[in-house]
Design a protein around this ligand. Structure first.
Ligand SMILES: [Zn+2]
Length: 251
């Protein structure tokens, strides 16, 4: 059964038990990392996923708490003798900067480096990301501080749909992206510029008529506050689950 493993659930300031928000979608043939932070090889190992099985990486936006693990991951794959290519998807804004970042690390000079395919996504709603035997994925721009995408993942074997808001204020684009989804993973960073509260995430889940709402990218550790589940429950009558690190969601 395809699944999503939450590799981190915190907002930009991680804590002992909560890494920055990122996740991996695991199917039989495809293993898709959504954002890449901290120490990816260790994180994936803790989740029981072989980092060399990764086939695709989707980068939602170019904030350090979503992208900073890429140089280390690519270098570790190279050092471990990877030969098979990997695909990286993101907006032009994101991938232009990622390529510049790798340029600072001098990756063009790394001998026998495996091939990395860059797939630049248009900044338009329901943009096509990938379609393979297991997953059909679309992206839509959401409302964050810099160009950012949310994702809609249609899982072919189960017929189920998972949507991920990424970092965003409440917006219509997320409602349409998540329309009728079985699962919506929505950020709950707080009611502030570029982010949403748990209550606002609940409103979006209600408008999109999703089955279950998972809250992610919330303040943790000494910054944790309030009862997120209760807050989202004021505006969404379905199941609300607070996502935690290494939680597995079957899709
Ligand atoms: Zn961000």
């Amino acid at each position: 059964m395809p699944k999503v493993i939450i590799l981190g659930s915190s907002n930009a300031v991680p804590s002992k038990d909560h890494e920055n928000t990122h996740m991996v979608i695991v199917g039989r043939h495809r293993t898709i990392l959504v954002d890449c932070v901290s120490n990816p090889v260790v994180r994936l190992e803790q989740a029981g996923v072989d980092f060399n099985d990764l086939t695709d990486i989707v980068i939602t936006h170019f904030h350090p708490d979503h992208v900073s693990g890429i140089p280390l991951l690519l270098m570790d794959m190279w050092l471990m003798g990877r030969t098979k290519p990997i695909n990286i998807y993101g907006l032009h804004y994101t991938l232009d900067r990622l390529e510049s970042l790798m340029g600072f690390y001098g990756w063009a000079e790394w001998p026998n480096f495996f091939s990395v395919g860059f797939f630049r996504l248009p900044e338009s709603e329901m943009a096509f990301v990938m379609d393979n035997e297991e997953f059909k994925i679309f992206s839509s721009p959401v409302h964050h501080m810099i160009p950012t995408i949310g994702l809609r993942v249609e899982c072919k074997p189960s017929g189920r749909v998972l949507a991920y808001s990424c970092d965003t204020e409440p917006c219509e684009q997320t409602v349409r992206l998540a329309g009728g989804a079985d699962i919506l993973i929505h950020e709950a960073g707080g009611n502030s510029y570029g982010h949403s509260s748990a209550e606002q995430a609940g409103e979006i889940a209600t408008q999109a008529e999703v089955g279950k709402l998972y809250l992610i990218h919330y303040p943790t550790g000494r910054f944790a506050q309030g009862n997120l589940k209760e807050e989202a429950g004021k505006t969404f009558l379905g199941d609300v689950i607070v996502a935690t690190d290494f939680m597995t969601i079957e899709i």
